[in-house]
Design a binder for this molecule. Structure first.
Ligand SMILES: Nc1ncnc2c1ncn2[C@@H]1O[C@H](COP(=O)(O)OP(=O)(O)O)[C@@H](O)[C@H]1O
Ligand SMILES: [Mg+2]
Length: 267
């Protein structure tokens, strides 16, 4: 491995990150020095965000405030126009494409609202897929996959395909897959968007426990105050910038919602 993709501490440092989408769908200004067109969307307009220790963190903000864009950039799925993104020891903003592929596979786990499991693969095969793509020995991967699925309470679901699993179970398989390489950071974009309230509550507890037990950062985008009340800290995005942050663990959800809308209003 090259130094830029070495595993390191669970830390995230985002400085001055900007991202503009051009209407044509291609990326515009940034380093190219092109001007922003009148119909371009400035999704991120100078984001600064620091996380220095493992734990469960939330990002909240109105629809369109840039939450998903920020997670995409952190996941190495897209690049910022300007600014720095450092995850553990990885300078994600300056990685070459082949380094990004390894970074995405090994250094970061991502969970989406839609689970994104392959329908033809069972729970175990879905879990170990990133390892198979990385060329790791299958036996080793299966042992590891069984172990993680077991820890997530899915020992008796190893050979079920997604269609034979509940939404909550599918999301736990997605978490198992994200944990395969024990990355320092897991990113979750509205992970309970397709779950009922009971499964959602179980998933927040699981993410909280995962972060503390494995000493990793779990950064979750959510619009639900009750979800953020499981997180130690909540960052509020507004119009492509961080409008503020506060300690949120154990806060009453209505208090938390009030706090975040105040920040979004006054910032
Ligand atoms: N691929 C894209 N092309 C053009 N505009 C986009 C694209 N993705 C997001 N946007 C725009 O960027 C802004 C931020 O979007 P997003 O990060 O998805 O917000 P959020 O997740 O907070 O709802 C929105 O105005 C959205 O319409
Ligand atoms: Mg979004």
């Amino acid at each position: 491995m090259t130094p830029s993709i070495q595993s390191a501490d669970a830390t995230i440092s985002i400085r001055g990150v900007r991202k503009t989408y051009s209407l044509a769908g291609s990326v515009s200004p940034g380093k190219t020095g092109k001007k922003t067109g009148p119909r371009d969307v400035e999704a991120l307009r100078g984001v600064d965000l620091e996380i220095r220790e493992p734990g469960f963190y939330a990002v909240m903000g109105r629809s369109g405030s840039g939450k998903s864009t920020l997670l995409h950039l952190l996941a190495g799925l897209d690049r910022p126009d300007t600014g720095e993104i450092i995850v553990g020891g990885c300078a994600v903003h300056s990685m070459k494409e082949n380094e990004l592929v390894k970074y995405r596979r090994r250094e970061i786990g991502v969970i989406f609202q839609q689970f994104n499991l392959l329908p033809t693969l069972d729970a175990l095969a879905n879990t170990i897929l990133p390892g198979v793509l990385d060329g790791r020995p299958t036996k080793e991967l299966e042992t590891r996959g069984r172990e993680i699925l077991g820890e997530l309470g899915l020992s008796d679901r190893l050979h079920h395909r997604p269609e034979a699993l509940s939404g909550g179970e599918q999301q736990r398989v997605a978490i198992a897959r994200a944990l395969l390489f024990s990355p320092p950071v897991i990113l979750a974009d509205e992970p309970t968007g397709n779950l009922d309230s009971t499964s959602s509550a179980a998933l927040w507890r699981l993410l909280e426990e995962t972060a503390s037990k494995r000493k990793m950062i779990v950064l979750m985008v959510t619009h639900e105050a009750i979800a953020a009340s499981h997180c130690q800290r909540t960052f509020i995005l507004k119009d492509g910038r961080v409008a503020g942050e506060f300690e949120s663990h154990g806060l009453d959800p209505s208090q938390l919602a009030h706090r975040s809308s105040e920040l979004a209003r006054t910032a």
